[in-house]
Design a protein around this ligand. Structure first.
Ligand SMILES: [Zn+2]
Ligand SMILES: [Zn+2]
Length: 393
């Protein structure tokens, strides 16, 4: 990032996410990470620990009367490198990390994180708003498109199960149709960045398209890029009968029941928060790299978690070659073999990423994922309830 004025404070949009060493909010360690949405670089991170092994050992000794209270207090005053830097619960770590990073962004990095991309009902965002870190600049929340896409799918499947809208027969809200509606929604949001009205119109068009039949055509708002009917019309052909596309057909009764969900998921405030077109994929990817370097299944100390986070972040920001600078600081001399090996790792990583990003690879993954989900749903329907709380053994 180049500043024309070295003292200037820059406003940036960041994606913030928290990750824990263990699931179920029992973890002693949590990490909060801020990634600049524009560059994809990590701008700050914070490791929180609610555990110190040295303190625990000393407290055990005091309990077992191996040392007196005075001796313990005396030792505590000299214990300056305590690993415990957070006293709250594991669940509250994410918001604490956000508070610390927003609180220091100006003096440490000369940056204001004025737009925050985070989970749906993020407690961290509320904490940042309450902190009011930049009195003359409001912090605005952005929505992750992937989270909104997931919420749409969850709402549709929940409605289908609660109101019994699924099952066999024409016009039902099956798992496949939920998936199709979810994808129409995501497409409408992604393809219409910068135009809130068109985005909203296309979200509703997805529902109307799915409710269309030969007797009740509702394709006027559809986009030929995803609507077979409009595509045929634009190509000067007579569109096929809707019966040939019955896989996506929803009956009028079922479609009307979805209207409240569509109202909620196309509200102006939600769509405005998705105008950046970004996702939290980068955070999720980084989280997996961190925990690959620091196993979740074994006990580790805070320094191990910090090392894993630092190494993963250095690699994300600068590639494997970042390790050469670390080696230099540790007085380890890197040979030409090491330098070339690091460069090779980076070249292979970039080539792999380009391959994964290719359109054909994306199409392959998408169709494989849809087929897997449909198969799983069919199996579950055929098997009936097999496992759940309160079931007889
Ligand atoms: Zn300690
Ligand atoms: Zn259509």
């Amino acid at each position: 990032m180049i500043r024309e004025d070295k003292n200037a404070i820059i406003n940036i949009s960041v994606s913030f996410d928290g990750t824990w060493q263990k699931r179920g909010f029992t973890s002693h360690y949590g990490i909060g990470v801020c990634i600049d949405i524009l560059t994809g670089l990590v701008v700050d991170f914070e490791v929180l620990s609610s555990y110190c092994h040295t303190c625990t050992l000393r407290e055990c000794a005091r309990r077992d009367s191996k040392c007196t209270q005075e001796e313990f207090e005396e030792w505590r005053e000299t214990h300056v490198d305590c690993a415990k830097n957070f006293l709250g619960s594991s669940k509250a770590m994410e918001q604490e990390a956000a508070k610390r990073m927003w609180g220091r962004s100006v003096y440490r990095h000369q940056l204001r994180y004025t737009e925050m991309l985070s989970d749906g009902d993020s407690a961290a965002f509320k904490e940042v708003v309450a902190l009011n870190p930049y009195p003359e600049h409001e912090v605005v929340k952005l929505e992750c498109i992937n989270h909104a896409h997931k919420r749409m799918g969850t709402a549709l499947r929940k409605l289908s199960a609660e109101r019994k809208l699924g099952g066999k027969g024409q016009g039902k809200l099956t798992a496949k149709k939920c998936k199709a509606l979810q994808n129409f929604y995501r497409g409408a949001v992604l393809n219409n960045q910068g135009s809130l009205d068109i985005m909203k119109a296309e979200i509703w068009a997805g529902l109307l398209h799915s409710m269309s039949s030969d007797d009740n055509l509702m394709h006027t708002r559809c986009n030929p890029s995803w609507c077979w009917y409009r595509r045929a019309e634009e190509g000067g052909q007579i569109p096929e009968s809707h019966r040939l596309h019955a896989g996506n057909f929803l009956s009028r009764e079922v479609g009307q029941k979805l209207i409240p969900i569509y109202h909620r998921m196309s509200s102006d405030s939600l769509l405005k928060r998705m105008q950046h077109g970004g996702t939290q994929n980068c955070n999720e990817c980084l989280n997996s790299v961190i925990w690959a370097r620091c196993p979740k299944t074994v006990f580790v100390g805070k320094s191990r978690v910090e090392a894993a986070a630092s190494m993963a972040i250095s690699t994300l920001n600068e590639g494997a070659s970042a390790m050469l600078a670390v080696m230099e600081k540790l007085w380890l001399q890197s040979t030409l073999v090491t330098v070339n090996a690091m460069k090779d790792i980076d070249v292979i990583r970039i080539a792999k990423a380009n391959c994964v990003q290719s359109a054909s690879a994306k199409r392959r993954r998408k169709s494989a994922s849809t087929a897997k989900k449909v198969k799983r749903h069919q199996q579950e329907m055929e098997e009936g309830p097999t496992y759940g709380a309160g079931m007889d053994m």
